[in-house]
Design a protein around this ligand. Structure first.
Ligand SMILES: [Zn+2]
Length: 413
């Protein structure tokens, strides 16, 4: 990649977070989990994924416009769930309760309803103790193979290409061939989506072998299943079945073995549907984000594509929380949401003015559709329904351009 970036994806300006008092009861963590539990058996394709945007609103809503204020409300979930463990909460300074410890962070959870509509909640970063206690020492052969880097796709030098690093979890020493095949297949699915498809030559793809003691990942097929794996990948993260969490520190240690990671994809060895997107992470390696996906479910690639919209494209989510009301902050940085009307964009030659009136690949013409960036009013989005609003859709025209711009931030062009 062209330049080391250590700051989290910043896709919108600081400003006032949504008022916490407007947090809808239906989107609070407890009711959210009840909803998900209720949906899961009937909707095997339900998609969910994670954000680690540090600008997380304490009530479970994203606040792309500023840091959360004060302490997260609610009962101590982690204590109940993780056997007496205090909920770990970090990612931002705790103003009234002192500095957070390294392990005390929370992360934003973004998941998709059966119809492909995303929602959020907040989860602790820490790996559950039940997963940490299962590890055995690896054999000499396993250690020798661990960390092996392989070039899967090579289109040029790393400083001129977007370097995608794929790391597998839940693959034993004997299964590393399977992992390499899965990595190729997943990249084929992701890069079939535009604008990846027309820009494949901008990418290098690498695999880094992470040798796990056991095959498969925790939480698959059932909640109580605990697997001893290299990256602690786990479904049922924070009690949400399709959330596929990983230990991001361990991911970084493997990603750092690749020549120049720009984007990291973790494949959990599983046929179960799930994924996660960590877009607010600060990586010393310099990559833009981590996406997780199950290896053997075709729809999980869609989650990864959406997440790269945030990480590579710096795109905002184009969906809303009805209870967030009207946005009153400054003009957001993200290229796909704006306070401006069509006339204002044209007059100022700002945001997606170049594309106004043009046909968009996700359907319809580019305009200014009210609602986006989690606010139903006060912010506009370019089209009715792009992949940044609903999974399975295309990027809209401004979104595609933002992705291409993101690719080229890593190609030195
Ligand atoms: Zn999103």
């Amino acid at each position: 990649m062209a330049a080391i970036r250590r700051t989290p994806a910043r896709w919108a300006p600081r400003g006032p977070p949504p008022p916490r008092s407007t947090a809808p009861p239906g989107h609070g963590s407890a009711s959210l989990r009840r909803l998900l539990r209720a949906q899961t058996p009937a909707y095997p394709h339900t998609a969910r994924h994670l954000h680690t945007d540090p600008h997380t609103e304490p009530g479970g809503h994203p606040t792309p416009y500023g840091r959360p204020r004060g302490r997260r409300r609610g009962r101590p979930r982690a204590r109940r769930r993780h056997g007496g463990h205090r909920p770990r909460r970090v990612g931002f300074p705790r103003r009234r309760f002192g500095a957070p410890s390294a392990a005390a962070r929370t992360q934003q959870v973004e998941y998709f309803t059966p119809q492909g509509h995303p929602r959020h909640t907040t989860v602790p970063v820490a790996t559950p103790k039940s997963l940490l206690s299962a590890h055995r020492a690896r054999s000499a052969a396993e250690l020798a193979a661990d960390g092996t880097v392989t070039s899967v796709v090579r289109n040029g030098p790393t400083d001129k290409k977007v370097d995608v690093v794929v790391i597998g979890d839940g693959y034993t020493l004997a299964q590393q061939k399977d992992f390499h095949a899965d990595a190729k297949a997943k990249w084929a699915q992701i890069s079939a989506v535009e604008p990846y498809a027309s820009n494949r030559s901008l990418f290098n793809v690498w695999t880094v072998d992470a040798v796990s003691n056991q095959s498969g990942v925790s939480g698959d097929p059932a909640k109580g299943v605990v697997k001893d794996t290299a990256l602690d990948a786990r479904f049922w993260c924070d009690d949400i079945e399709r959330l596929l969490c990983v230990d991001t520190g361990k991911v970084e240690s493997y990603a750092s073995k690749a020549p120049d990671a720009d984007l990291v994809l973790v494949l959990g060895n599983s046929a179960k549907y799930g994924g996660a997107g960590y877009n607010g992470i600060t990586s010393s390696v310099g990559y833009d984000g981590i996406a997780t996906a199950s290896s053997d479910h075709r729809d999980s690639a869609q989650v990864a594509v959406h997440e790269t919209g945030h990480s590579l494209g710096k795109l905002a989510d184009e969906y809303v929380y009805d209870t967030n009301g009207t946005y009153s902050g400054p003009e957001p940085d993200a290229p796909n949401i704006t306070r401006m009307s069509v006339a204002e964009m044209k007059a100022k030659k700002a945001k997606w003015y170049r594309y106004l009136g043009q046909n968009s690949p996700d359907g319809g013409k580019v305009g200014a559709f009210e609602g986006g960036g989690y606010y139903p009013r006060g912010l506009n989005r370019p089209t009715e329904n792009s992949i940044m609003r609903t999974l399975g859709r295309e990027f809209n025209l401004p979104g595609r351009q933002a992705m291409i711009d993101g690719f080229h931030r890593h190609t030195g062009r």
